[in-house]
Design a protein around this ligand. Sequence first.
Ligand code: HGY
Ligand code: MN
Ligand code: MN
Length: 415
Amino acid sequence: MTGRVSQERLQAEIERFAQIGRTAEGGVTRLAFSPEERQAQQLMGELLAEAGLSVRTDAIGNLFARREGREADLPVLMLGSHLDTVPNGGRFDGALGVIAGLEIMRVLQEQGISTRHPLEVVSFTGEESARFGTGTIGSRAMLGTLNLERFLASRDLHGISAAEAMRQVGLSPEKVTDAQRDPRQIAAFLELHIEQGRILETEQKAVGIVTDIANSTRLAVQVIGRADHSGTTPMPLRKDALVAAAEMVLAVEERVKALGEAPSVGTVGILHVEPCVMNVVPGKASLGIDIRDIDFERKARVVKGVKDRITAIAKQRGVEATIEVLGDGRPVALSPVIIETMRQAAADLGIDARIMVSGAGHDAMNLATVVPAGMIFVPSKEGRSHSHLEWTDFAAIPPGVELLLETLLRLDRSL
Ligand code: HGY
Ligand code: MN
Ligand code: MN
């Protein structure tokens, strides 16, 4: 049976949350631990409370809303995603998954449906790595797998540490360990998300059922050359950090293509130059590199190839290069039981589903290491995401939310 969720309500909430951190171009900027993220969490908490749930915020800033079940001592069925975004990002990435949880709670309340398991809607904080170079902060803090010391010391573009950013929005970094939860409290985790790719749109499929989530290796590279006068330094005598870095950027692309396969991707998303003035040969350059794959060993081969090239380029150009590994995530397989439940539910509901992998990282990849986890995708227009042009037709959202609801109800009966 479909037709339970309200497309109008989903659209209204997506448009309402899109106003929090709205940019001039119509995108959204709600960075991790920013006032905008806290404002969105606060509003979501109020709406979930209106839907009858009891709401709390944990020590790292995750929002949890609980709906009691008939068997209170059962572990919770958890669903949700994140409300933070990349700078000038889209209104669907993350927010859709939390708003879908709100919509499902509203439907259960309206239809007087009770469940065996208690349910929890979660909005994890800091899913995007955009601000501090490491992502899925809230879900890893909850699972106790976040390197707290490194995270709290990490700094954003303005030199603000994560600890300071937390204090600025009323959170206490010294209490972050209180966020840890015993995974045995969680029966399963479900996340609805936009695909952020082109497959569903190209193949005209209504939803994606995710089997695996790619994970990333993130490298911070510092290139130290020698700042010199741009007018008086002959070319053969230069130690130009930016030219070396430029060669390294091209080497990332070349090594991924040479050593990887279709799911292998590599991106240099950050490049800083010092002193960044036209009459000085750049003395320093720093790069942020993101390499991903759904195959851990293949990703490791690509990462080694990139590191070797960086070292060779530095040697050849007489500059120094240091490589710091910010993160080295293992790709994750999602729960076969949940995948099968979703596949069967989609067939029964007449929702055209496509089994697929996720090139993007999600909180589900952390939950999946300790509890049964599943993900559902809805189409992204032209695959665009992490851009103000991110779009999903509102009519394309209900099938994903219906499938999420039906999967939740089936897991409630079967787990
Ligand atoms: O970067 C990612 O894959 C996700 O969008 N946070
Ligand atoms: Mn994202
Ligand atoms: Mn996301």
